[in-house]
Ligand binder design. Structure first.
Ligand SMILES: Nc1ncnc2c1ncn2[C@@H]1O[C@H](COP(=O)(O)OP(=O)(O)OP(=O)(O)O)[C@@H](O)[C@H]1O
Length: 715
C-alpha cells in the first residue's frame, strides 16, 4: 500500500532519466555512512569520549524519573472544531514537533543551546527534517508539571505553515482533527500499511484487532490512534449529551477512569510506547503514564493518583500494583481497550504468569453488568459509553496464530477449545476476551524484514572478528550503529577493546540497573553517530531513529531474534544495513538463517582489505593493553577479597613479603604502568597516522547500496 501511495508522489515518467539517476545518487549520498568529513578531519574525533556508562556503575540519581512524570490535565473541554474534509492550507502547531527522548538526560544548558539553534533555523525557514529540541523539552527534562505530556492546545504562538494536501493519504482514515494536528507535527505524510489496515477496523468498526507487521512498521500508532480516536469521540458525545452548565463537562473531562491498558514485554518498550502515545495525544488532553519495574513504586503510585486514562506497563510492576490493590488499576470495569504489544515476547519466561493474572482480572462481557460498575464511586459521572465492550488489540512482528484459531475467529464460533490445545498467544487473547469477529491483519507474509534493509555478511576467522568490527565502526560507522552480542562476556570484551581504541561506546545488557539501561539508551539516542553494544535485551521494540547499521557480532540463537535485531534499522521509511560476522563456527547457523528467509540475497559486505593490516596492528596493541589492565584489576580484586575475608574472620593479615620482594613488587607495578602508558601513547599516535581513507572505504558501501537499489528495482 505504501508503494502505491509513494508512486503517486513519484516524478512523472516524462521527466528525464538523468533526473531519476540523480535522485538515486542523492539517496545513496544522503545515507549517513557515506563520508561527509573531509580527509583533513579527524576520523575518530567524534568517537572519543568517556566510559562513564559501563553497565551498573551509573549513579542511581542520574535518571530523572520526572521525565515520565505528568501534570494533571487541564480541562479544555476538548471541543475543538472538527476540520473540514477538503484539504486546505492552514496553520497548525508544530512547536512540539518531533519531541522525543533526545532531550532527556541532557543538561538544561545543552537543551537551551539546541533550542536556540532550532529557532534560528525556523527563522531561516529551512524545512530540514532533523531532531529538534524545544522549550517543552526543557520543561520535560526539568520535570515541570507543565510538561508536554498533555497540553492545553493553546500553544499556537510558534507556528509553521503546514500544507494539509501533503497529508491527503490520511483522509480516508477519518481521524479526529486533534489527532491530525499531532500527525502534522510529527510530519508523518502518510500512514504506514499496518496503520492503514488497522485504523478503520479499530477506530471506526470498533473491532478487536490482531496485527502483525514487520519491525519498525508503525504498529504503536496502529493501535494508539484507534484508541485516541474512540476516546475523543466518546468525550465529545458525552459532552453533547450533558447539560450545558459547565460543571458536568468538567467532571467528564476529569473523571479519571482507566480506559486503556497497554502491556509491553520490556520496560524500555513501555517508556517508548508512552512517549509515542504522548506525542499523538498531545492536543487531546489524555494522560498517558508508564508503569514499569526498576523505578520507585511510590512514585509510580503517585503517578496513578493523577488517574491517567492510558497506562502503559510491564506485567511485573503492573501486577505488583494491581495485587496491592491500587485503586486506579483495579477499577477495570471502565477499561475499553486492552493491548498486548510484542505479544509473542510476552509469553516468554518470566512474564506469562503475571500477565495471566492481569488478564484474569479483566471483567468479562457477561460480568460487566451495570450493577458491577455502579459499585464504583467513580462511575457516577461516567456515561454509558464507557461501559461498552472492551476492544482487545494484540500486536507483534512475528505473530503465529494457528490456522484453527484464525478459522475460529473468522467463523465466529463461540465454542472454545480446551486451553491447553491453544498456543499461548491464543490462550491470552481468548482469556482477554478477544471477540469472534476480530480483524486479523497479517502483513508479515510478504516480508518480515523491512524492505529497505540491506543484509550483508563478512566471512572471517574467529580471531579477526574484533578487527572487522573495529574496521566497520571506524570506517563505515556513520549514523547510529548497534552491535549485538549473545553473551555479556562478549559484550564486555568488545566494549573494553573499543574504548581502548578510542571508540566511545555505550552498553546495554540485562545485568545493568534499569536506570543505567535507560540512561545508555538516552545517550545513544542523543548522539548522531552513537554506538551501542547490546545483548538481545535491545533486540525488540527499541525504536531509535537514525540507526543506519546493525552488526551481528555473534549470531543470534534464532531467526526470530535476527529479525528483531535487524529491525532496529531501516525503520519507517528509512534505509539501513545489517552486517553479520560469520566465522567457521557459525556457518551452519548462518545457512539455517538464510534458509528460513529463503534468502540467497545476503550480500558479501564490501571491504577495502588494504586497511586491514593497520587495523590489526592497532587491535593487537589494544589487546595488550586490555590484558595488562585486566591482570591489574584481577590482582587488585584478589587483594581486596583477601583483606575483606580476613576482616570478616577477624584475622590479621601478615605481611610475609621481605623488603626485597616489596621493592620488586613496586618496581613491577611501576613497569606495568609505564608499559601501559607507552602502549596508550602508541595507539594515540597510530590513530593519527592510520591511513584509512573514508572516501575509498565509502566507495565500498556505495557498491553495496547500489546493488541493493538494483535489487529493489527488479523486484
Ligand atoms: N505514518 C508514519 N510515517 C512515518 N513514520 C512513522 C509513521 N508511523 C510511525 N512512524 C515512526 O516509525 C518508527 C517505528 O514505529 P513503531 O515503533 O510503532 O514500529 P513497530 O512496528 O512497533 O516496531 P517494532 O516491531 O520494532 O516494535 C517510529 O519512529 C515512529 O515514530
Amino acid at each position: 500500500m505504501a508503494s502505491q501511495i509513494s508512486d503517486k508522489k513519484r516524478p512523472k515518467k516524462t521527466k528525464k532519466r538523468s533526473r531519476v539517476e540523480s535522485v538515486e545518487f542523492e539517496r545513496i549520498n544522503s545515507l549517513n555512512w557515506n563520508p561527509t568529513l573531509t580527509e583533513k578531519d579527524d576520523d575518530f574525533s567524534f568517537l572519543i569520549g568517556s566510559n562513564e556508562l559501563e553497565g551498573g556503575f551509573l549513579c542511581l540519581e542520574e535518571i530523572d524519573e520526572s521525565e515520565y512524570n505528568l501534570g494533571i490535565a487541564k480541562s479544555t473541554g476538548g471541543s475543538e472544531e472538527k476540520g473540514k474534509t477538503k484539504p486546505k492550507k492552514q496553520k497548525v502547531d508544530t512547536k512540539n514537533e518531533e519531541l522525543n527522548g533526545e532531550a532527556k538526560g541532557e543538561s538544561k544548558e545543552e537543551i537551551e543551546e539546541v533550542g536556540k539553534e532550532t529557532k534560528q533555523k525556523k527563522k531561516k525557514k529551512k524545512k530540514k527534517k532533523k531532531d529538534k529540541i524545544n522549550k517543552d523539552a526543557v520543561n520535560e527534562a526539568e520535570g515541570n508539571e507543565e510538561s508536554p505530556a498533555v497540553t492545553d492546545g493553546n500553544d499556537d504562538q510558534e507556528q509553521d505553515s503546514v500544507d494539509e494536501t501533503e497529508y491527503y493519504a490520511w483522509n480516508e482514515l477519518r481521524l479526529h482533527p486533534l489527532l491530525m494536528k499531532s500527525i502534522y507535527a510529527l510530519k508523518f505524510k502518510e500512514p504506514t500499511p499496518i496503520q492503514k489496515a488497522c485504523i478503520p477496523a479499530g477506530a471506526h468498526q470498533g473491532k478487536d484487532v490482531v496485527g502483525a507487521a514487520e519491525t519498525g512498521s508503525g504498529k504503536t500508532l496502529a493501535f494508539g490512534l484507534p484508541i485516541l480516536q474512540r476516546l475523543l469521540e466518546e468525550r465529545e458525545k458525552a459532552e453533547r449529551q450533558l447539560p450545558e452548565n459547565g460543571e458536568l463537562d468538567e467532571k467528564v473531562a476529569s473523571a479519571g477512569l482507566l480506559r486503556a491498558l497497554i502491556i509491553t514485554p520490556t520496560r524500555e518498550l513501555a517508556l517508548q510506547v508512552t512517549d509515542h502515545l504522548k506525542e499523538a495525544a498531545r492536543h487531546s488532553n489524555f494522560r498517558v503514564v508508564p508503569i514499569v519495574g526498576g523505578m520507585s513504586s511510590e512514585k509510580q503510585e503517585r503517578l496513578l493518583k493523577t488517574r491517567p486514562e492510558i497506562v502503559v506497563g510491564t506485567p511485573g510492576r503492573l501486577w505488583e500494583l494491581m495485587s496491592g490493590g491500587d485503586t486506579h488499576l483495579v477499577e477495570l470495569h471502565s477499561l475499553s481497550f486492552f493491548v498486548l504489544d510484542e505479544a509473542d515476547r510476552m509469553i516468554e519466561n518470566g512474564h506469562f504468569h503475571e500477565l495471566q493474572s492481569i488478564v484474569d482480572m479483566l471483567p468479562m462481557a457477561s460480568k460487566s453488568t451495570d450493577d458491577d460498575s455502579q459499585k464504583s464511586q467513580n462511575c457516577e459521572t461516567v456515561s454509558s459509553v464507557q461501559r461498552k465492550k472492551r476492544q482487545t488489540f494484540v500486536f507483534s512482528a512475528t505473530i503465529a496464530l494457528s490456522a484453527d484459531f484464525r478459522k475460529k475467529l473468522k467463523r465466529g464460533s463461540q465454542k472454545s477449545k480446551a486451553n491447553d490445545e491453544l498456543n499461548s498467544i491464543e490462550t491470552l487473547s481468548e482469556r482477554a476476551g478477544m471477540r469472534a469477529d476480530a480483524a486479523i491483519i497479517d502483513l508479515t507474509n510478504a516480508s518480515i524484514l523491512a524492505n529497505k534493509l540491506e543484509e550483508s555478511f563478512i566471512d572471517c576467522r574467529e580471531e579477526d572478528k574484533d578487527g572487522y568490527l573495529y574496521y566497520i565502526l571506524s570506517v563505515h560507522g556513520q549514523g547510529r550503529t548497534i552491535v549485538f552480542c549473545t553473551s555479556i562476556a562478549a559484550l564486555r570484551h568488545i566494549s573494553s577493546l573499543l574504548r581502548i581504541l578510542g571508540v566511545n561506546v555505550w552498553t546495554l545488557h540485562a545485568q545493568m540497573q534499569q536506570r543505567a539501561r535507560l540512561k545508555a539508551i538516552d545517550r545513544f539516542r542523543g548522539h548522531e553517530h552513537g554506538i551501542l553494544i547490546a545483548t538481545d535485551v535491545a533486540a525488540r521494540g527499541l525504536d531509535i531513529p537514525g540507526v543506519r547499521t546493525v552488526i551481528h557480532y555473534q549470531l543470534p540463537h534464532s531467526a526470530e531474534v535476527y529479525v528483531h535485531r535487524s529491525g532496529r534499522t531501516a525503520r519507517a521509511h528509512s534505509d539501513g544495513c545489517s552486517i553479520a560476522l560469520i566465522t567457521p563456527n557459525d556457518t551452519s547457523k548462518f545457512a539455517a538463517l538464510c534458509k528460513s528467509f529463503s534468502k540467497d540475497n545476503f550480500q558479501r559486505f564490501p571491504l577495502e582489505m588494504s586497511y586491514m593490516p593497520e587495523v590489526m596492528k592497532r587491535l593487537s596493541l589494544a589487546r595488550q593493553i586490555d590484558k595488562i589492565s585486566r591482570k591489574d584489576s584481577q590482582d587488585k580484586a584478589k587483594k581486596n577479597w583477601l583483606e575483606r575475608s580476613a576482616e570478616l574472620m577477624e584475622l590479621d593479615l601478615e605481611d610475609n613479603d621481605s623488603e626485597e620482594e616489596r621493592v620488586n613488587n613496586h618496581k613491577r607495578k611501576k613497569a606495568t604502568s609505564a608499559q601501559l602508558t607507552n602502549l596508550q601513547e602508541v595507539i594515540l599516535i597510530m590513530k593519527f597516522l592510520i591511513l584509512i581513507s573514508k572516501k575509498r572505504a565509502a566507495r565500498c558501501t556505495k557498491l553495496l547500496l547500489r546493488a541493493g537499489s538494483r535489487k529493489h528495482r527488479t523486484t
